[in-house]
Ligand binder design. Structure first.
Ligand SMILES: Nc1ncnc2c1ncn2[C@@H]1O[C@H](COP(=O)(O)OP(=O)(O)OP(=O)(O)O)[C@@H](O)[C@H]1O
Ligand SMILES: [Mg+2]
Length: 368
């Protein structure tokens, strides 16, 4: 894991970190999944609390964010594991990970022309991922220390194209349960649930999934007191708590409020909150995100945020047709939904039931 610079604004959560480590110490479970809405502090907890605490207790630690590497979660995971080892191991591993792909590709016979060739490439890349994983795990097996692996945005592993690697990962971790502990994190409860609850999925029944405990009053007091130690005009604690509520109890937005307040103290707390709400809930980046969507995708989102969950039913189709001013088929809907899911905008709750992943974006769409 990269070294994390000290951040005075980080509200430490040692007790929560201890609780996870104590649970692993019991040895009844070796994997846990945690989920919470976007921007609630999952990544910050993993990188600034849990992994440093684990390292202090003698674990090797590895962190990877699969969303940043969603095209190649296998190499992301393998390099995170390699980095947990001694640095000299890393170069050798990375070299190995890249080199043989060409070899296998060249030697694969290509029966069906272009299409077959593409397939052969995919499979050989998958094989390489699995081999590299076995390599790095073999190196880890020789270490005395146990390993804590944090897989952030783990839902990427649930996608069908990574299924071979996910199966290999699961069985490799399974036989090392006593030495390798795993934390899965993600913002989509359903996708994570699917990962662990479906018999055909690689991680079926493997990790208990639980909500990530959210930041609350103590975080607000901590941040406000720290701000006040530097402010010329102190911010009232009561007002800070109110602001936190009005910002949907989202730590990231609360910190934007504090920053705004600190920079424009003369304008007062109410002005800072108004500014933050305006920027958070009618943010230019939502407009950009919206403008980048195809009209069909926008129409589908509009229906979703207004509570229309069965998009394939006749009333929904009629509304979509009128929004798009042309006849809409089930195909239009399913293509839109597929694009929106691939872009992490929408998540599937159950068969035929969808929801926006980011509640703040949903509110923005609703306000349009
Ligand atoms: N313990 C904390 N102390 C101080 N600030 C925090 C803490 N946790 C989160 N934050 C603030 O909230 C922001 C969002 O946190 P983080 O990126 O960890 O959320 P997340 O749940 O991983 O979100 P996403 O699902 O979008 O990845 C951080 O950049 C930070 O400003
Ligand atoms: Mg995160």
């Amino acid at each position: 894991m990269e070294t994390v610079l000290a951040d005075p604004w980080h509200f430490p959560r040692p007790a929560l970190a201890e609780a996870y480590l104590a649970m692993f110490d019991l040895k009844l479970t070796s994997a846990r999944g945690l989920f919470a809405r976007r921007r609630m502090g999952k990544t910050e907890f993993l990188c600034r609390d849990l992994l440093p605490a684990a390292a202090k207790q003698g674990y090797l630690v590895a962190y990877t964010n699969l969303w940043d590497n969603r095209a190649a979660p296998d190499s992301a995971l393998v390099s995170a594991l390699a980095m947990a080892l001694k640095p000299q191991g890393v170069q050798a591993l990375l070299a190995k990970f890249r080199a043989p792909v060409k070899r296998v590709r060249a030697s694969a016979s290509i029966p069906g022309g272009v299409e077959g060739g593409f397939e052969a490439e995919l499979t050989s890349a998958a094989v390489e991922g699995v081999l590299a994983l076995q390599d790095v795990l073999a190196q880890l097996d020789r270490q005395k220390q146990p390993l804590l692996l944090a897989i952030d945005e783990a839902q990427v592993l649930a996608s069908a194209e990574h299924s071979d690697f996910s199966h290999a990962l699961r069985s490799a971790l399974d036989i090392r349960k006593d030495r390798i502990k795993v934390i899965f994190a993600g913002s989509s409860e359903t996708t994570l649930r699917d990962m662990f609850a479906r018999p055909l999925e690689p991680f079926y029944n493997w990790a208990a999934l639980e909500p990530f405990p959210l930041l609350g009053a103590e975080f607000v007091s901590f941040t406000t007191e720290l701000a006040n130690s530097m402010a010329r005009m102190p911010l009232s604690l009561d007002y800070a708590h109110r602001a936190f509520d009005e910002l949907h109890r989202t730590p990231e937005f609360f910190k934007r409020f504090i920053e705004r307040y600190m920079l424009y103290q003369m304008e007062g707390e109410a002005a800072a909150l108004a500014h933050t709400k305006a920027s958070v809930f009618s943010d230019g980046h939502f407009l950009k995100q919206w403008n980048n969507l195809l009209p069909a995708d926008q129409a589908v989102l509009s229906l979703l945020v207004h509570g229309e969950s069965d998009l394939y039913a006749a009333p929904a189709q009629a509304k979509l047709s009128s929004l798009l001013r042309q006849a809409v088929t089930k195909n239009t809907v399913s293509h839109a939904l597929r694009r929106l899911q691939a872009a992490n905008v929408v998540t599937r709750l159950a068969l035929g039931e969808y929801r926006l992943e980011d509640e703040t974006f949903a509110e923005w769409v609703r306000r349009r």
